[in-house]
Design a protein around this ligand. Structure first.
Ligand code: ADP
Ligand code: MG
Length: 442
Protein backbone atom coordinates (compact mmCIF):
# COMPACT_ATOMS: atom_id res chain seq x y z
CA UNK A 1 0.00 0.00 0.00
CA UNK A 2 1.35 3.42 -0.92
CA UNK A 3 0.56 6.86 0.50
CA UNK A 4 -1.04 8.06 -2.71
CA UNK A 5 -3.68 5.31 -2.31
CA UNK A 6 -4.88 6.96 0.87
CA UNK A 7 -7.89 9.31 0.76
CA UNK A 8 -5.82 12.21 2.08
CA UNK A 9 -5.06 15.76 0.99
CA UNK A 10 -2.76 15.73 -2.04
CA UNK A 11 -0.36 18.18 -0.39
CA UNK A 12 0.40 15.58 2.28
CA UNK A 13 1.19 13.00 -0.37
CA UNK A 14 3.40 15.46 -2.19
CA UNK A 15 5.30 16.30 1.01
CA UNK A 16 5.81 12.62 1.75
CA UNK A 17 7.08 12.09 -1.77
CA UNK A 18 9.56 14.91 -1.26
CA UNK A 19 10.82 13.02 1.78
CA UNK A 20 10.99 9.91 -0.44
CA UNK A 21 8.30 8.13 1.52
CA UNK A 22 6.10 5.90 -0.61
CA UNK A 23 5.11 2.58 0.95
CA UNK A 24 3.28 2.54 4.25
CA UNK A 25 4.77 0.57 7.12
CA UNK A 26 2.55 -1.98 8.86
CA UNK A 27 1.55 0.28 11.75
CA UNK A 28 0.77 3.06 9.28
CA UNK A 29 -1.44 0.70 7.27
CA UNK A 30 -3.30 -0.35 10.38
CA UNK A 31 -3.58 2.96 12.20
CA UNK A 32 -4.14 5.59 9.51
CA UNK A 33 -7.44 4.15 8.27
CA UNK A 34 -9.01 4.17 11.72
CA UNK A 35 -7.53 7.56 12.52
CA UNK A 36 -9.05 9.03 9.36
CA UNK A 37 -12.45 7.92 10.67
CA UNK A 38 -11.80 10.12 13.71
CA UNK A 39 -11.53 7.11 16.00
CA UNK A 40 -9.58 7.12 19.24
CA UNK A 41 -6.54 4.88 19.00
CA UNK A 42 -4.24 2.98 21.31
CA UNK A 43 -1.44 1.64 19.16
CA UNK A 44 1.67 -0.38 19.78
CA UNK A 45 4.34 -1.34 17.31
CA UNK A 46 8.04 -1.92 17.48
CA UNK A 47 10.64 0.78 17.80
CA UNK A 48 11.59 2.25 14.46
CA UNK A 49 8.43 1.05 12.70
CA UNK A 50 7.13 4.49 11.68
CA UNK A 51 4.68 5.42 14.42
CA UNK A 52 5.28 9.16 14.01
CA UNK A 53 3.75 9.33 10.54
CA UNK A 54 1.02 6.94 11.66
CA UNK A 55 -0.37 9.81 13.73
CA UNK A 56 0.98 12.87 11.90
CA UNK A 57 -0.53 11.98 8.51
CA UNK A 58 -4.15 11.53 9.69
CA UNK A 59 -3.77 14.50 12.02
CA UNK A 60 -2.75 16.84 9.22
CA UNK A 61 -5.47 15.49 6.94
CA UNK A 62 -8.11 16.16 9.56
CA UNK A 63 -6.86 19.71 10.07
CA UNK A 64 -6.86 20.36 6.34
CA UNK A 65 -10.26 18.83 5.68
CA UNK A 66 -12.39 19.84 8.66
CA UNK A 67 -13.35 23.23 9.96
CA UNK A 68 -11.78 24.47 13.15
CA UNK A 69 -14.00 24.48 16.22
CA UNK A 70 -12.70 27.83 17.44
CA UNK A 71 -10.76 30.68 15.87
CA UNK A 72 -7.78 30.92 18.16
CA UNK A 73 -7.19 27.67 20.02
CA UNK A 74 -4.72 25.05 18.85
CA UNK A 75 -6.41 22.24 16.97
CA UNK A 76 -3.86 19.52 17.68
CA UNK A 77 -1.56 18.88 20.62
CA UNK A 78 1.15 16.26 20.44
CA UNK A 79 2.91 15.42 23.69
CA UNK A 80 6.23 13.61 24.05
CA UNK A 81 8.17 12.65 27.18
CA UNK A 82 11.42 14.45 26.35
CA UNK A 83 12.35 17.76 24.74
CA UNK A 84 14.56 16.00 22.22
CA UNK A 85 11.80 13.71 21.06
CA UNK A 86 9.27 16.55 20.92
CA UNK A 87 11.67 18.42 18.66
CA UNK A 88 12.09 15.45 16.38
CA UNK A 89 8.33 14.95 16.08
CA UNK A 90 7.97 18.67 15.42
CA UNK A 91 10.38 18.38 12.48
CA UNK A 92 8.26 15.57 11.03
CA UNK A 93 5.12 17.69 11.46
CA UNK A 94 6.85 20.60 9.69
CA UNK A 95 7.69 18.33 6.79
CA UNK A 96 4.12 17.08 6.42
CA UNK A 97 2.46 20.53 6.66
CA UNK A 98 4.84 22.21 4.21
CA UNK A 99 3.00 24.31 1.60
CA UNK A 100 -0.25 24.36 3.58
CA UNK A 101 -1.64 27.18 5.70
CA UNK A 102 -1.11 25.19 8.89
CA UNK A 103 1.24 26.55 11.53
CA UNK A 104 3.02 24.49 14.17
CA UNK A 105 5.01 25.42 17.28
CA UNK A 106 7.36 23.57 19.54
CA UNK A 107 6.70 24.24 23.24
CA UNK A 108 9.22 22.50 25.48
CA UNK A 109 10.96 23.06 28.79
CA UNK A 110 14.39 24.65 28.88
CA UNK A 111 13.53 27.19 26.17
CA UNK A 112 12.53 30.81 26.73
CA UNK A 113 9.07 30.94 28.25
CA UNK A 114 8.18 34.44 27.08
CA UNK A 115 9.16 33.69 23.51
CA UNK A 116 6.84 30.74 23.64
CA UNK A 117 4.04 32.88 25.08
CA UNK A 118 4.48 35.23 22.10
CA UNK A 119 4.39 32.34 19.66
CA UNK A 120 1.21 31.07 21.26
CA UNK A 121 -0.42 34.48 20.73
CA UNK A 122 -0.06 33.89 17.02
CA UNK A 123 -2.45 30.96 17.37
CA UNK A 124 -0.61 27.97 15.94
CA UNK A 125 -2.83 25.14 14.74
CA UNK A 126 -0.51 22.43 15.98
CA UNK A 127 1.53 22.35 19.16
CA UNK A 128 4.21 19.76 19.80
CA UNK A 129 5.16 19.87 23.44
CA UNK A 130 6.42 18.32 26.61
CA UNK A 131 3.74 18.02 29.27
CA UNK A 132 5.39 20.13 31.99
CA UNK A 133 5.85 23.25 29.88
CA UNK A 134 2.48 23.10 28.19
CA UNK A 135 0.92 22.77 31.63
CA UNK A 136 2.68 25.95 32.73
CA UNK A 137 1.28 27.87 29.76
CA UNK A 138 -2.19 26.52 30.45
CA UNK A 139 -1.98 27.60 34.07
CA UNK A 140 -0.89 31.06 32.98
CA UNK A 141 -3.75 31.19 30.48
CA UNK A 142 -1.44 31.70 27.52
CA UNK A 143 -3.20 28.80 25.95
CA UNK A 144 -6.75 27.43 25.84
CA UNK A 145 -7.82 24.03 24.68
CA UNK A 146 -11.54 24.47 24.04
CA UNK A 147 -10.98 24.01 20.33
CA UNK A 148 -8.64 21.06 20.59
CA UNK A 149 -9.57 18.41 18.05
CA UNK A 150 -6.63 16.06 18.40
CA UNK A 151 -4.68 15.02 21.45
CA UNK A 152 -1.78 12.71 20.66
CA UNK A 153 0.53 11.09 23.17
CA UNK A 154 3.76 9.72 21.76
CA UNK A 155 5.52 7.28 24.10
CA UNK A 156 2.40 7.51 26.24
CA UNK A 157 3.52 4.97 28.83
CA UNK A 158 6.73 6.87 29.52
CA UNK A 159 4.82 10.03 30.35
CA UNK A 160 2.90 8.12 32.97
CA UNK A 161 6.08 6.52 34.25
CA UNK A 162 7.54 10.00 34.71
CA UNK A 163 4.53 11.01 36.77
CA UNK A 164 2.67 13.21 34.32
CA UNK A 165 -0.75 11.71 34.87
CA UNK A 166 -1.91 14.83 36.70
CA UNK A 167 -0.95 17.12 33.82
CA UNK A 168 -2.51 14.75 31.31
CA UNK A 169 -5.69 14.64 33.36
CA UNK A 170 -5.77 18.44 33.41
CA UNK A 171 -5.29 18.71 29.66
CA UNK A 172 -8.00 16.11 29.16
CA UNK A 173 -10.43 18.11 31.29
CA UNK A 174 -9.75 21.33 29.41
CA UNK A 175 -10.49 19.67 26.10
CA UNK A 176 -13.17 17.23 27.11
CA UNK A 177 -15.72 17.41 24.32
CA UNK A 178 -17.23 14.95 21.88
CA UNK A 179 -15.31 16.12 18.85
CA UNK A 180 -11.94 15.40 20.35
CA UNK A 181 -9.93 12.53 18.96
CA UNK A 182 -7.20 11.04 21.12
CA UNK A 183 -4.39 8.76 20.03
CA UNK A 184 -1.74 7.04 22.11
CA UNK A 185 1.34 5.39 20.65
CA UNK A 186 4.25 3.43 22.07
CA UNK A 187 6.21 0.23 21.61
CA UNK A 188 5.16 -0.82 25.10
CA UNK A 189 1.57 -0.50 26.28
CA UNK A 190 1.08 -3.53 28.49
CA UNK A 191 1.81 -1.83 31.81
CA UNK A 192 -0.95 -1.46 34.33
CA UNK A 193 -0.88 2.35 34.50
CA UNK A 194 -1.62 2.61 30.79
CA UNK A 195 -4.94 0.85 31.26
CA UNK A 196 -6.13 3.38 33.83
CA UNK A 197 -5.09 6.27 31.61
CA UNK A 198 -6.67 4.85 28.48
CA UNK A 199 -9.96 4.46 30.31
CA UNK A 200 -9.92 8.16 31.11
CA UNK A 201 -8.54 9.57 27.90
CA UNK A 202 -9.85 7.32 25.16
CA UNK A 203 -13.42 6.79 24.01
CA UNK A 204 -14.10 3.25 22.65
CA UNK A 205 -10.59 3.15 21.23
CA UNK A 206 -9.41 1.07 18.36
CA UNK A 207 -6.62 -1.01 19.83
CA UNK A 208 -3.87 -1.78 17.35
CA UNK A 209 -0.93 -4.05 18.03
CA UNK A 210 1.67 -4.85 15.44
CA UNK A 211 4.05 -7.51 16.83
CA UNK A 212 4.10 -7.90 20.59
CA UNK A 213 6.94 -6.17 22.45
CA UNK A 214 7.66 -9.55 24.03
CA UNK A 215 8.74 -10.87 20.65
CA UNK A 216 12.37 -10.24 19.67
CA UNK A 217 12.97 -7.37 17.27
CA UNK A 218 14.07 -9.22 14.15
CA UNK A 219 16.50 -6.49 13.08
CA UNK A 220 18.31 -6.21 16.41
CA UNK A 221 20.82 -8.84 17.55
CA UNK A 222 20.96 -8.96 21.33
CA UNK A 223 23.70 -10.29 23.58
CA UNK A 224 24.46 -10.11 27.29
CA UNK A 225 27.76 -10.14 29.19
CA UNK A 226 28.30 -10.86 32.87
CA UNK A 227 30.41 -8.29 34.64
CA UNK A 228 32.10 -8.27 38.06
CA UNK A 229 32.64 -4.59 38.80
CA UNK A 230 32.90 -1.11 37.32
CA UNK A 231 36.53 -1.43 36.22
CA UNK A 232 35.64 -4.58 34.40
CA UNK A 233 32.64 -2.92 32.77
CA UNK A 234 34.99 -0.20 31.52
CA UNK A 235 37.35 -2.77 30.09
CA UNK A 236 34.50 -4.70 28.46
CA UNK A 237 32.99 -1.54 27.02
CA UNK A 238 36.26 -0.53 25.37
CA UNK A 239 36.51 -3.91 23.70
CA UNK A 240 32.86 -4.16 22.71
CA UNK A 241 32.64 -0.88 20.84
CA UNK A 242 33.40 -1.90 17.35
CA UNK A 243 31.79 0.19 14.64
CA UNK A 244 33.01 1.21 11.23
CA UNK A 245 33.77 4.81 10.35
CA UNK A 246 30.22 5.71 9.27
CA UNK A 247 28.42 3.97 12.08
CA UNK A 248 27.52 5.33 15.50
CA UNK A 249 27.02 3.84 18.93
CA UNK A 250 24.89 4.80 21.95
CA UNK A 251 26.02 3.79 25.44
CA UNK A 252 23.34 3.92 28.17
CA UNK A 253 24.31 4.40 31.81
CA UNK A 254 22.32 4.59 35.03
CA UNK A 255 23.71 7.89 36.27
CA UNK A 256 24.46 11.31 34.86
CA UNK A 257 27.93 11.27 36.40
CA UNK A 258 28.79 8.13 34.52
CA UNK A 259 27.86 9.67 31.16
CA UNK A 260 30.69 12.17 31.65
CA UNK A 261 33.15 9.73 33.18
CA UNK A 262 32.66 7.19 30.40
CA UNK A 263 32.69 9.77 27.60
CA UNK A 264 36.00 11.10 28.99
CA UNK A 265 37.41 7.61 29.18
CA UNK A 266 36.45 6.89 25.57
CA UNK A 267 37.83 10.21 24.39
CA UNK A 268 41.14 9.43 26.05
CA UNK A 269 41.26 6.48 23.68
CA UNK A 270 40.39 8.79 20.77
CA UNK A 271 36.95 7.26 20.35
CA UNK A 272 35.03 10.52 19.75
CA UNK A 273 32.41 10.29 22.46
CA UNK A 274 30.03 12.92 23.82
CA UNK A 275 27.87 12.90 26.95
CA UNK A 276 24.17 13.78 27.12
CA UNK A 277 22.08 14.00 30.27
CA UNK A 278 19.30 16.02 31.82
CA UNK A 279 21.68 18.09 33.89
CA UNK A 280 23.16 19.88 30.89
CA UNK A 281 21.72 23.24 29.95
CA UNK A 282 19.16 23.06 27.20
CA UNK A 283 21.40 24.71 24.61
CA UNK A 284 24.11 22.18 25.43
CA UNK A 285 21.57 19.38 25.08
CA UNK A 286 20.54 20.79 21.70
CA UNK A 287 24.14 21.07 20.56
CA UNK A 288 24.99 17.53 21.58
CA UNK A 289 21.99 16.00 19.82
CA UNK A 290 22.55 18.12 16.74
CA UNK A 291 26.23 17.19 16.56
CA UNK A 292 25.54 13.51 17.13
CA UNK A 293 22.74 13.48 14.56
CA UNK A 294 25.17 15.02 12.08
CA UNK A 295 27.64 12.23 12.85
CA UNK A 296 30.21 14.59 14.39
CA UNK A 297 30.67 12.12 17.26
CA UNK A 298 30.88 8.36 16.96
CA UNK A 299 29.55 7.58 20.43
CA UNK A 300 26.80 9.11 22.54
CA UNK A 301 26.96 8.27 26.23
CA UNK A 302 23.61 8.99 27.82
CA UNK A 303 20.92 8.04 30.32
CA UNK A 304 17.33 7.01 29.71
CA UNK A 305 16.86 10.58 28.52
CA UNK A 306 17.70 9.30 25.04
CA UNK A 307 15.97 5.93 25.39
CA UNK A 308 12.71 6.96 23.78
CA UNK A 309 11.83 7.75 20.23
CA UNK A 310 15.04 9.29 18.94
CA UNK A 311 15.60 8.39 15.32
CA UNK A 312 19.26 8.62 14.39
CA UNK A 313 20.08 6.80 11.22
CA UNK A 314 23.66 5.60 11.69
CA UNK A 315 23.27 4.05 15.11
CA UNK A 316 24.37 0.46 14.55
CA UNK A 317 25.26 -0.45 18.11
CA UNK A 318 23.61 0.12 21.48
CA UNK A 319 25.44 -0.83 24.65
CA UNK A 320 23.76 -0.96 28.03
CA UNK A 321 26.58 -0.24 30.43
CA UNK A 322 23.93 -0.63 33.14
CA UNK A 323 20.48 -2.07 32.71
CA UNK A 324 17.49 0.25 33.11
CA UNK A 325 15.30 0.22 36.22
CA UNK A 326 12.07 -0.05 34.27
CA UNK A 327 12.28 -3.20 32.14
CA UNK A 328 10.41 -1.69 29.18
CA UNK A 329 13.12 0.95 28.81
CA UNK A 330 15.34 -1.90 27.62
CA UNK A 331 13.12 -2.28 24.56
CA UNK A 332 13.27 1.44 23.87
CA UNK A 333 17.01 1.76 24.42
CA UNK A 334 17.90 -1.06 22.07
CA UNK A 335 15.34 0.37 19.65
CA UNK A 336 17.68 3.30 18.93
CA UNK A 337 19.24 0.87 16.45
CA UNK A 338 17.60 -1.45 13.92
CA UNK A 339 15.30 1.32 12.67
CA UNK A 340 13.28 1.41 9.44
CA UNK A 341 14.54 -2.00 8.35
CA UNK A 342 18.22 -1.41 9.14
CA UNK A 343 20.17 -3.99 11.17
CA UNK A 344 21.57 -3.30 14.61
CA UNK A 345 23.26 -4.86 17.60
CA UNK A 346 22.46 -4.41 21.28
CA UNK A 347 24.89 -5.52 23.98
CA UNK A 348 24.23 -5.38 27.71
CA UNK A 349 26.59 -5.65 30.65
CA UNK A 350 25.02 -7.47 33.57
CA UNK A 351 26.57 -7.05 37.00
CA UNK A 352 25.19 -7.79 40.44
CA UNK A 353 23.36 -4.47 40.55
CA UNK A 354 21.75 -5.16 37.19
CA UNK A 355 20.50 -8.60 38.05
CA UNK A 356 17.05 -7.62 39.26
CA UNK A 357 16.48 -5.56 36.11
CA UNK A 358 17.87 -8.35 33.98
CA UNK A 359 15.36 -10.84 35.42
CA UNK A 360 12.46 -8.49 34.73
CA UNK A 361 13.69 -7.83 31.19
CA UNK A 362 14.13 -11.52 30.54
CA UNK A 363 10.70 -12.34 31.89
CA UNK A 364 8.97 -9.78 29.70
CA UNK A 365 10.98 -8.82 26.66
CA UNK A 366 13.65 -11.34 25.75
CA UNK A 367 12.69 -14.86 24.78
CA UNK A 368 16.25 -16.12 24.86
CA UNK A 369 19.00 -14.21 26.61
CA UNK A 370 22.30 -15.22 25.08
CA UNK A 371 25.36 -14.57 27.23
CA UNK A 372 28.76 -14.12 25.67
CA UNK A 373 32.20 -13.34 27.04
CA UNK A 374 34.58 -10.62 25.93
CA UNK A 375 37.81 -12.10 24.67
CA UNK A 376 40.55 -11.95 27.27
CA UNK A 377 38.26 -10.88 30.13
CA UNK A 378 37.40 -13.39 32.83
CA UNK A 379 34.27 -12.87 34.91
CA UNK A 380 33.22 -14.54 38.14
CA UNK A 381 29.66 -13.26 38.37
CA UNK A 382 27.12 -15.55 36.76
CA UNK A 383 23.81 -14.41 38.14
CA UNK A 384 21.99 -14.65 41.46
CA UNK A 385 19.88 -17.62 42.42
CA UNK A 386 16.16 -16.99 42.24
CA UNK A 387 15.20 -17.13 45.92
CA UNK A 388 17.37 -14.11 46.69
CA UNK A 389 15.84 -11.97 43.99
CA UNK A 390 13.11 -9.46 44.77
CA UNK A 391 11.20 -8.97 41.56
CA UNK A 392 10.76 -5.50 40.19
CA UNK A 393 7.80 -6.55 38.15
CA UNK A 394 5.37 -9.40 38.52
CA UNK A 395 4.89 -11.51 35.48
CA UNK A 396 1.76 -13.44 34.81
CA UNK A 397 1.09 -15.68 31.90
CA UNK A 398 -2.19 -15.60 30.07
CA UNK A 399 -3.62 -18.50 28.16
CA UNK A 400 -1.96 -17.59 24.90
CA UNK A 401 1.40 -17.29 26.58
CA UNK A 402 1.46 -13.49 26.35
CA UNK A 403 3.15 -11.94 29.30
CA UNK A 404 1.82 -9.10 31.33
CA UNK A 405 3.71 -6.81 33.62
CA UNK A 406 2.31 -5.21 36.70
CA UNK A 407 4.31 -2.44 38.24
CA UNK A 408 4.73 -1.68 41.85
CA UNK A 409 3.22 1.62 42.96
CA UNK A 410 5.27 4.69 42.20
CA UNK A 411 8.12 5.51 44.50
CA UNK A 412 8.41 8.76 46.42
CA UNK A 413 11.08 10.00 44.09
CA UNK A 414 8.55 10.34 41.31
CA UNK A 415 6.23 12.36 43.46
CA UNK A 416 9.03 14.83 44.13
CA UNK A 417 9.82 14.98 40.47
CA UNK A 418 6.21 15.60 39.58
CA UNK A 419 5.90 18.53 41.96
CA UNK A 420 9.12 19.96 40.66
CA UNK A 421 7.93 19.95 37.12
CA UNK A 422 4.56 21.30 38.06
CA UNK A 423 6.27 24.25 39.63
CA UNK A 424 4.62 23.71 43.03
CA UNK A 425 8.02 23.68 44.69
CA UNK A 426 10.91 26.06 44.02
CA UNK A 427 12.15 25.59 40.49
CA UNK A 428 15.70 24.95 41.70
CA UNK A 429 16.63 21.34 41.27
CA UNK A 430 17.74 19.38 44.27
CA UNK A 431 21.48 19.31 44.68
CA UNK A 432 21.55 15.58 45.38
CA UNK A 433 22.51 13.62 42.29
CA UNK A 434 19.65 11.24 41.60
CA UNK A 435 20.83 7.66 41.68
CA UNK A 436 19.02 6.67 38.53
CA UNK A 437 18.05 8.32 35.32
CA UNK A 438 14.26 8.12 35.38
CA UNK A 439 13.96 11.73 36.36
CA UNK A 440 16.04 12.97 33.49
CA UNK A 441 13.18 14.10 31.39
CA UNK A 442 10.74 16.96 31.35
P1 ADP B 1 8.84 4.77 15.73
O1 ADP B 1 8.15 5.99 16.26
O2 ADP B 1 7.92 3.63 15.46
O3 ADP B 1 10.00 4.35 16.57
P2 ADP B 1 9.64 6.59 13.62
O4 ADP B 1 8.34 7.21 13.36
O5 ADP B 1 10.64 7.37 14.39
O6 ADP B 1 9.46 5.16 14.32
O7 ADP B 1 10.25 6.16 12.22
C1 ADP B 1 11.47 5.45 12.14
C2 ADP B 1 12.13 5.75 10.81
O8 ADP B 1 11.39 5.18 9.75
C3 ADP B 1 12.24 7.25 10.51
O9 ADP B 1 13.53 7.53 10.05
C4 ADP B 1 11.22 7.47 9.43
O10 ADP B 1 11.58 8.50 8.56
C5 ADP B 1 11.19 6.14 8.73
N1 ADP B 1 9.88 5.85 8.11
C6 ADP B 1 8.67 6.12 8.64
N2 ADP B 1 7.69 5.75 7.79
C7 ADP B 1 8.29 5.24 6.72
C8 ADP B 1 7.82 4.70 5.49
N3 ADP B 1 6.51 4.59 5.25
N4 ADP B 1 8.72 4.28 4.59
C9 ADP B 1 10.05 4.38 4.84
N5 ADP B 1 10.57 4.89 5.97
C10 ADP B 1 9.71 5.31 6.90
MG1 MG C 1 8.38 7.20 17.90
Amino acid sequence: MIFSDLPIDHRIIKNLETAQLRELTEIQKQAIGHALLNKDILAASKTGSGKTLAFVVPMVHRLLSQRALTKADPRALILAPTRELAKQVYMVVRQVIANTQLKANLIVGGENYNDQAKQLKRNPHIIVATAGRVYDHLQDRQLFLNGLELLILDEADRMLELGFSEQLGYIHKLANHRKRQTMMFSATIEQAQIKVMTNTLLRSPQIIKVDAASQPHSDIEQFFYFSDHVEQKDEQLLKLISIDARQQCIVFTATRDDTHRIADMLNEKSMHAVALNGELLQNQRNQVIQAFTNNKHAILVTTDLAARGLDIRNVALVINYDLPKFPEEYIHRIGRTGRAGAKGTALSLVGKKDWQSFEAIKANFVTEATFKTVEGIQTKFSGIKKKHVKHHAKTTKTKKGDKKTTHKPKTKRFKTMESNELGFVPVKRKKVEPPTSENEDE
